[in-house]
Ligand binder design. Structure first.
Ligand SMILES: [Zn+2]
Length: 285
């Protein structure tokens, strides 16, 4: 994808250089240490003051947040992520405007290493990239994208990362439009449909990722769509189950098959029309 020189978002919160170090001295009591970490990141994205609240239990003593410098390659990745994020902001602001959906509200994106505390609870790299509706933030440990290649067998590439990011942004869009909330209450009313509703929600996020790609056509390079499809293929429920448990159980699917995920991404990419993304009728009727 052509991304150098394009606008970078100011809504990127890069915490990759930070790690919590230090042992607790023995002793009773529960203490909370509030660590204010001044955080800089390179490029045109400016700087943010990010308060980190560390809740420390069963011990006394100091715990420090260690900050190391990011490598040149990590900085480059940060710039790339800030550019993708900016592009989703521009595209969705335009789509919301054109479809009278009100004002698009920018989410923020947190880049982290190993573990992070979020409005949806604590998370580790094992959760993979996710969107938390409670604080309207995307959380990404970029190590996932190495795993996407080595563990999930995707071909990788910058557009695979862009697709996954755009998928998570799709969940933000669903939150702004009220779809996520509707689906959650339907799932509570009808437990037997919960998985199918989850699949529909996930496939719609893939569709929205495709719509975002449609609006980025001028920046696409040869092979980009294949990178996205390869990633979508790799994270299909059937592909993951085959790899992890050897057999495939469609009733337990929560994200959709590889074929469905690729199909809905492509539908978004070909139409560029958000009104074509009714995965719910397509799946539930
Ligand atoms: Zn998802």
């Amino acid at each position: 994808m052509k991304w150098q020189g394009r606008r970078q978002s100011g809504n990127l919160d890069d915490r990759r250089g930070m790690s919590t170090k230090g042992k607790f001295a023995a002793g009773g009591g529960v203490i909370a240490i509030i660590v204010l970490a001044l955080q800089f990141f390179g490029g045109e994205t400016g700087q943010t003051l990010a308060p980190i609240v560390e809740q420390l239990g069963n011990g006394q003593g100091s715990q420090q947040v260690e900050q190391r410098d990011l490598t040149a390659q990590e900085k480059e990745m940060g710039n790339f992520m800030a550019t993708i994020l900016a592009s989703t902001e521009d595209v969705w602001a335009q789509i919301f405007n054109e479809n009278n959906l009100g004002q698009y509200q920018d989410p923020s994106m947190v880049l982290f290493t190993d573990a992070v505390s979020t409005g949806c609870g604590n998370a580790s790299s094992a959760s993979g990239p996710f969107y938390c509706p409670a604080d309207q933030k995307l959380y990404m440990d970029l190590a996932f994208f190495d795993e996407l290649k080595t563990r999930f067998g995707a071909q990788g590439g910058d557009f695979a990362i862009a697709y996954v990011t755009a998928h998570e942004i799709g969940h933000h869009v669903q939150t702004l439009m009220g779809t996520s909330q509707k689906v959650r209450s339907l799932q509570q009313q009808n437990r037997s449909e919960a998985n199918r509703l989850s699949v529909a929600l996930e496939l719609q996020a893939d569709f929205y990722a495709g719509v975002w790609a449609y609006y980025n056509k001028e920046f696409l390079e040869e092979g980009d769509i294949e990178e996205a499809l390869s990633a979508a293929n790799a994270v299909g429920d059937d592909a993951i189950q085959k790899r992890t448990q050897g057999d495939v159980q469609p009733d337990s699917f929560t994200h959709g098959t590889s074929e469905q995920r690729m199909k809905w991404f492509m539908k978004g990419y070909k139409t560029g029309d958000i009104t074509q993304g009714d995965t719910f009728s397509a799946l539930l009727n």
